[in-house]
Design a protein around this ligand. Structure first.
Ligand code: MN
Length: 194
């Protein structure tokens, strides 16, 4: 896996984001693969869903954000791998930089793949158990057929039916728990630091 795409898009020294090198040095929990969901108020507000694998963070941009309701199938657009250290990044990317806007660590924790990760990725069906503060239990990422002209793979992020599932009518996790899992701050408070 390569972080070339990640590095090429960014001007380090100008953006506060970490420069990309594979491997981990962040403050992550010992043992277990990390995950992070970052709320990103760029030109369009979205949530970046990232799973540590093979020294990088596999990454998807989820326009509507994750849901605990198994009826919700949330579009997740595959984007470039990010460095593992990115999981700790919360702050403001300058407006003239790639992805300019406020970034919040909305949820974080560890996850466990339910099977061979390489095989699941190749098959386009990644099943994981999430152990975050907000996202818990089984989730699936299911790859959709690529339409002609599309440069990136589109996936669907779907909560599995288990004890951690919640109907969105009674509990919308995005609305109920909008703050940072890292600092407790709101998007406005993070933006104000810059
Ligand atoms: Mn993003």
């Amino acid at each position: 896996m390569s972080l070339d795409d990640y590095n090429e898009k960014r001007h380090f020294g100008h953006t506060p984001e970490p420069a990309g090198s594979a491997g981990r040095s962040g403050e992550g929990p010992a043992g277990g693969l990390r995950f992070v969901v970052q709320k990103h108020d760029a030109s369009q507000l979205h949530y970046d869903f990232r799973l540590e694998w093979d020294g990088v963070l596999l990454s998807w941009a989820v326009p509507k954000g994750p849901s605990l309701d198994p009826k919700d199938k949330r579009l997740a657009v595959e984007v470039e791998d990010h460095p593992v250290d990115y999981a700790d990044f919360e702050g403001v990317i300058p407006e003239d930089e790639y992805g300019g806007g406020t970034v919040m660590v909305w949820d974080r924790g560890t996850y466990e793949p339910r099977g061979d990760m390489a095989e699941m990725r190749a098959d386009g069906s990644i099943k994981v158990d999430m152990r975050g503060e907000k996202l818990r239990g089984g989730f699936a990422l299911v790859r959709m057929k690529r339409r002609e002209g599309e440069k990136r793979d589109n996936w669907l992020l779907i909560k599995e039916r288990d004890d951690e599932a919640r109907p969105r009518d009674s509990y919308d996790v995005l609305a109920e728990e909008p703050g940072s899992a890292k600092t407790g701050r709101s998007m406005e408070e993070i933006a104000a630091e810059a």
